[in-house]
Ligand binder design. Structure first.
Ligand code: NAD
Length: 252
């Protein structure tokens, strides 16, 4: 009998998956036998390298789709390619996201529009296309990456917080709409995770945030990938509409 994590025969699409949480999640799902469709934003070489790594290390198939989740035409093409090759989709991880910090007085319209286009519109459109495929098999799991900032806010992060709070609303509403089709929709709200996204922070902000983590360490991309695996696998077959904080106790 296969393990309860077993994802053999499943097709998983992970956006923004050539580094950080997306890459760790893709590897975690591949380790359990899922076929992985990776997505990279701009570097065909890096994407090809990641596809080769998945194939070589995890003995499962992988593909790579280059394109911007902030571009609706690109999203449409992702799903045309997935349909053409696999005719199905079982797992969608809406991971791609951007963060640009600014105090209220400095926020530019372009920053608001770009952040919401990638972090929110991209999530909604990916869910729309993904569910058209998932409906065919009357099953599926969608995992959206929100953030602790979307639940509790942070000075200097109004735009990012707004976009990640929107991901929560989007997740809860989609879960209600799609439960009847046996499609689960959940979100993960990571705390402070060691990826390129937070490495750009000034040292004082980095130290300050670290001090708020009760488990006394920054999270790893693998800490989040484990939660992705939970929502992707049969371990969570009866779980939908949940926002799981994975933050080392930042808020307790
Ligand atoms: P990261 O910057 O290391 O990785 C983000 C990935 O998304 C990159 O591969 C990037 O190329 C890709 N991406 C960005 N814009 C894209 C676009 N328009 N189209 C396609 N791909 C795009 O960041 P990460 O820490 O791995 O973040 C992953 C997700 O987790 C994000 O949604 C982020 O908001 C969320 N998150 C991260 C943290 C953290 O502490 N690192 C905390 C909370 C939430």
């Amino acid at each position: 009998m296969g393990s309860i994590f077993n994802l053999e025969g499943k097709i998983a699409f992970v956006t923004g998956s050539t580094r950080g949480i997306g890459w760790a999640s893709a590897q975690m799902l591949a380790q359990q036998g899922a076929t992985i469709v990776l997505n990279g934003l701009s570097s065909p070489d890096l994407l090809r390298q990641r596809v080769d790594e998945i194939r070589a290390i995890h003995d499962t198939d992988a593909d790579g789709l280059l394109g911007d989740v902030g571009n609706p035409a690109a999203i449409k093409e992702f799903y045309a390619a997935i349909f053409k090759k696999y005719k199905r989709l079982d797992i969608l991880v809406n991971n791609a996201g951007i963060m640009e910090d600014n105090l209220l007085g400095m926020i530019g319209l372009q920053n608001i529009e770009k952040t919401f286009r990638v972090n929110v519109t991209g999530v909604i459109l990916n869910m729309q296309y993904a569910t058209r495929l998932m409906e065919r098999s009357q099953s599926g799991s969608i995992i959206n990456l929100s953030s602790i900032i979307g639940r509790f806010g942070n000075a200097g992060q109004i735009v990012y917080a707004g976009s990640k709070a929107a991901v929560i609303g989007v997740t809860l509403s989609a879960a209600k709409e799609l439960a009847v089709k046996n499609i689960r929709v959940n979100a993960i709200a990571p705390g402070f995770i060691d990826t390129d996204m937070v490495r750009q922070l000034p040292l004082n902000r980095y130290d300050e945030t670290l001090q708020r983590i009760k488990m006394n360490r920054i999270g790893t991309a693998e800490d989040i990938a484990k939660a992705v695996l939970f929502f992707a696998s049969d371990l969570s077959l009866y779980v939908t509409g949940q926002i799981l904080g994975v933050d080392g106790g930042m808020l307790i």
